[in-house]
Design a binder for this molecule. Structure first.
Ligand code: CP
Length: 324
């Protein structure tokens, strides 16, 4: 099976995949444990190619470590060192990797259509590690594992929780996957960001997550935070903005208007509300460093679930787990 996006995965398969992630995840605290145990060695020796055409720390490294934990071979194919430098297309590269015997492809690409185009031309599973501003399904799985664990420690369910997502929604594939994932879990999602960083146009159409019934916009950070049980803060993707409009956001004014520091937490957030961020965090912009490392932050706990989630995705996509 391919894993390109959560919208097309649907609620039922999402629930099964989340359950597998949680079964494999043995870490229960920030920085806890060594990640998940191997699932019966069923993927021992399987080869996966990791094509990361955009920078990544958390996603790439955790896909590599997850493969190692399952006894797989993970081979990085970076655009700087591959024949894409000589003009070979991504699809052609992937077809060659399939012919070589790779059993799955993990792709991060700046173009939304990239993993879809590859999946149409190869028979092996394609796993989306982030495509443009479209989807980042494994990050949303991490966010859901993290939130379910955190609410579970208080004896609370996810259904009915309000989760704010604040920041650069327009360029965020994490937001687009999170809105589907959180919707499948019965959460209400509240989106807020500077006017230029909110989605527009077709994205607000009838087929979009924003119209799926569980998503609403807020006019300001404080409005988004006032009822939220958790907030997912997003980085301003300056690299995409510079290409599109050249607009710059300055850390101090952004933190004042759209970020969270101790004053905002005291004045605008519900007591006990959790703070998440997919990373990388720009301290002093979307979050003060004290808040990012504070007791309500789940940011490192998110990272602690990354390897188990990617193990589960390998197992599901390569046919080594039942129910997919
Ligand atoms: N969360 C996330 O995708 O981080 P990286 O860009 O470092 O992989």
């Amino acid at each position: 099976m391919d894993l390109i996006g959560l919208k097309t995965l649907g609620a039922e398969r999402f629930a099964a995949l989340l359950a597998l992630c949680e079964r494999l995840d043995t870490s229960s605290a920030p920085a806890g444990g060594r990640g998940a145990p191997s699932e019966a060695g069923s993927l021992q020796g399987a080869a996966v190619a990791l094509l990361f055409c955009e920078p990544s720390t958390r996603t790439r490294v955790s896909f590599e470590l997850a493969a190692a934990r399952l006894g797989m071979h993970a081979v990085r194919v970076s655009p700087e060192e591959s024949s894409s430098q000589k003009g070979e297309s991504l699809v052609a590269t992937c077809r060659n990797l399939e012919a070589m015997g790779f059993e799955a492809l993990v792709i991060r690409h700046q173009v939304c259509a990239a993993p879809h185009e590859v999946a149409e031309r190869v028979q092996i599973p394609v796993i989306n590690a982030g495509n443009g501003n479209d989807e980042h399904p494994t990050q949303a799985l991490i966010d859901c594992v993290t939130l379910r664990r955190a609410f579970g420690r208080r004896g609370e369910e996810m259904a009915g929780k309000k989760v704010a997502i604040i920041g650069d929604i327009a360029h965020s594939r994490v937001a687009r996957s999170d809105v589907w994932a959180l919707g499948y879990l019965g959460c209400e999602v509240i989106l807020a960001g500077p006017p230029g960083l909110m989605p527009a146009g077709d994205e607000l159409g009838p087929d979009s997550a924003w119209r799926a019934g569980h998503v609403r916009g807020a006019a300001s950070r404080d409005e988004a935070l006032q009822d939220a049980d958790a907030v997912i803060m997003l980085r301003v993707q300056q690299e995409r903005l510079e290409k599109a409009s050249g607009q710059q956001y300055h850390p101090e004014t952004y933190l004042r208007d759209w970020g969270i520091d101790a004053d905002v937490q005291r004045g605008a957030m519900k007591p006990g509300a959790f703070i998440l961020h997919p990373g990388p965090v720009i301290h002093g912009m979307e979050l003060s460093e004290a808040l990012a490392d504070g007791p309500q932050s789940l940011i490192l706990e998110q990272v602690s679930h990354a390897v188990a989630v990617r193990q589960a995705v390998y197992l599901a996509c390569l046919g080594a787990a039942q129910g997919f």
